[in-house]
Write a protein of this length. Structure first.
Length: 362
């Protein structure tokens, strides 16, 4: 079964969330962009993946079109390990992270979708997972900044059935307002996105102790400062989480000695590497809680991993509302704060063609 076409598809969908206009990486968003990777084979089996996006999408899309596609067209789609090993070795001179790695991750995910469809099995079963029906999800908020927005947003999340909420705040007062709104029975996580030195993180972390955080995520700049994370973990007493900036299992092997919770992002490392990271987590006794603030094929792939690794306690649920969902009836929130794991072949569902037609960016 040979690869006949690799097509990156960019879609941009308007959305709303709990606070004022927000975004990430220096940008303000009025739409959420997703880079879907479509792979066709000569046997008519089509697979879908997702490459990590946001501001990196133009570079990732160009790499898929100009660099990855020429490498893989005509190759056997079922030789996933061989294809990925060859592509990574060939392209490593362009970097072991960033858009090159994101492009390969989306391609890898599409190959696994094809493999599941060819076998007639959901990915979790193909990979030897357990028949887990659903997984708890936590509401992951965009940065809200003001205490009143955080309190209102957290109260709504609790009403919707979420048992966990993650903030992206650096203001202690905003965290305090959120905790007041949730009460003590809701898990409250805080992702600060790598802003502080070790000494700043220790001071801020001590100020956060009264709010009983389930974890503090990526507190130290730069994210590669594994020694600083290990020192903070020893000194602070709040569980630490990190990993969305680690590009492969080797990075997670080093990180496992420094944090309590490993957070691979499947749109950044792909399914093949995620499986290796899951092994690192098991061997090191670390929790595995993936980074997944997206609604494309990468989200379905993350849910599949929750059945492959049944000890996974949480999956991240991006707490925004798209104008139109990418999947018609998959990955929908249940009333008990869980999401059902898709049971269709491959990732479990294909993107809604109407969504692609309506929101595709030329």
């Amino acid at each position: 079964m040979k690869i006949t076409k690799l097509e990156p598809i960019l879609i941009a969908i308007p959305f709303c969330h709990d606070g004022p206009a927000g975004g990430f990486a220096g940008a303000t968003w009025n739409k959420l962009e997703y880079l879907i990777v479509r792979v066709e084979t000569d046997q008519g089996v089509v697979g879908y993946g997702e490459a990590f996006g946001f501001g990196a999408i133009p570079g990732t899309k160009a790499i898929l079109e100009q660099t990855v596609a020429p490498l893989v067209l005509g190759k056997e789609a079922d030789d996933i390990a061989g294809l990925m090993d060859s592509a990574k070795k060939t392209l490593h001179v362009f970097g072991r992270s960033g858009p090159v790695q994101y492009a390969l991750s989306g391609f890898d995910m599409a190959l696994w979708d094809i493999a599941g469809k060819q076998a007639g099995l959901p990915l979790w079963r193909l990979l030897g997972g357990s028949p887990r029906k659903s997984v708890p999800v936590y509401a992951s908020k965009l940065r809200l900044s003001e205490p009143r927005y955080a309190a209102e947003a957290c109260a709504r999340a609790v009403q919707r059935g979420f048992k966990g909420i993650k903030l992206h705040e650096i203001n202690i007062d905003t965290v305090a307002a959120a905790r007041s709104a949730t009460g003590d029975d809701i898990a409250l996580m805080l992702d600060v996105n790598c802003p502080w030195s070790y000494s700043e993180a220790l001071t801020k972390g001590k100020a956060l102790l009264p709010y009983q955080l389930t974890w503090l995520e990526e507190p130290i700049w730069p994210p590669e400062d594994v020694d600083g994370l290990a020192r903070l973990r020893h000194s602070l007493g709040i569980p630490l989480a990190a990993g969305e900036n680690a590009a492969n299992a080797w990075g997670f092997k080093a990180l496992a000695d420094a944090v309590d919770i490993l957070q691979p992002s499947i749109t950044k490392i792909g399914v093949t590497e995620f499986m290796k990271v899951g092994g690192v987590a098991e061997l090191s006794g670390r929790d595995l809680t993936p980074h997944s603030p997206y609604f494309g094929p990468g989200y379905l792939a993350t849910l599949q991993m929750a059945a492959v690794f049944p000890r996974m306690a949480w999956v991240e649920y991006f707490s925004v509302e798209l104008e139109m969902p990418i999947f018609a009836d998959s990955a929908l929130l249940n009333v008990d704060g869980t999401v059902s794991i898709p049971q269709g072949p491959g990732l479990g569902a294909d993107p809604n063609p109407e969504v692609i037609q309506r929101y595709r960016v030329a």
